[in-house]
Write a protein that binds this ligand. Structure first.
Ligand code: NAD
Length: 252
């Protein structure tokens, strides 16, 4: 396990604090010997990130809603560490009013923002990352079952996740030319900064745990372990795929 990702340079996008799913990915991938390059949304997030990581680790700003910034981020990473082997995209955002009540009440702008930051960003990231990726590289994003089921209050984010999952399939076809794999991990519900924005999220957590065969919630470490596997050469047979890491919530 300690050598699974030895020699691999992986860009990790989306750590904001130690509850972040991306932080579970960082922990798992570091255990497997990966070198991690962290990207952060803005200065406020950087302050939080700096508290978690070693000062010698590379961090680069990347607001994924800005194409130019995505381009300069990956160029800067390449200038500092050379080619990369993987990217973990653990980013989503929707305005609060898009995550409550009935979907008919959702403002048009919230649809645009949610799809831009939570779905198109994967395409923008893949476009720049592929310029600097080694053959055999891997890109993984995080999604949620609200893409295929009507989950209370998830609303517009459910649509954005459906779009994200479609983007994974199209990207998998395009990037196969470079032998780069693109997959999604569908995580069970976990309390994080982003998920706290969903109205009634506490009930969603309880309900998700009740629906698992073992009556347990999945952890960020468990999600991180699957992401580490997808970054590794053990998963070369998978692309355009979606893996549920939710303790079986999706079964019922
Ligand atoms: P989180 O709040 O810890 O992470 C969300 C991250 O998105 C933050 O680091 C934030 O800075 C980043 N972000 C938002 N807008 C951005 C932008 N414009 N540019 C760059 N970064 C931006 O929450 P999380 O729950 O760990 O979310 C990570 C991913 O996991 C998301 O895609 C989320 O939808 C997905 N997910 C979460 C759950 C859950 O229950 N928490 C379940 C399934 C999937």
């Amino acid at each position: 396990m300690e050598t699974l990702l030895k020699g691999k340079k992986i860009v990790l996008m989306g750590v904001v604090n130690k509850s972040s799913i991306a932080w579970g990915c960082a922990t798992a991938m570091k255990k497997c010997g990966a070198e991690i390059i962290y990207t952060y949304q803005n200065d406020r997030v950087k302050k939080q990130l700096d508290k978690l990581i070693d000062p010698t680790e590379l961090t680069v700003q990347c607001d994924v809603s800005n194409d130019e910034e995505v381009a300069t981020t990956f160029a800067e990473i390449h200038a500092k560490v050379g080619n990369i082997d993987g990217v973990v995209h653990s980013i989503a955002f929707a305005p609060k009013e898009a995550l409550e009540g009935e979907i008919t009440e959702a403002p048009r702008d919230s649809f645009k923002v949610a799809h831009d930051v939570s779905s198109f960003s994967l395409i923008a990231v893949a476009r720049e990352a592929r310029k600097y990726m080694n053959e055999g590289g891997s890109i993984t994003t995080l999604t949620y079952i609200g893409s295929s089921r009507a989950v209370n209050n998830y609303n517009i984010m459910g649509l954005a996740k459906a779009s994200l999952e479609a983007a994974v399939r199209y990207l998998a076809v395009d990037l196969a030319k470079q032998d780069i794999r693109v997959n999604a991990v569908s995580s069970g519900a976990i309390k994080t900064l982003a998920s706290s924005g969903i109205k009634g999220f506490r009930d969603l957590l309880d309900e998700a745990a009740e629906r698992t065969p073992a009556n347990k919630q999945v952890t960020i470490e468990e999600v991180g372990n699957t992401v580490a596997f997808l970054m590794s050469d053990l998963s070369t047979g998978l692309t355009g795929d979606l893996i549920y890491v939710d303790k079986g919530t999706h079964l019922s």
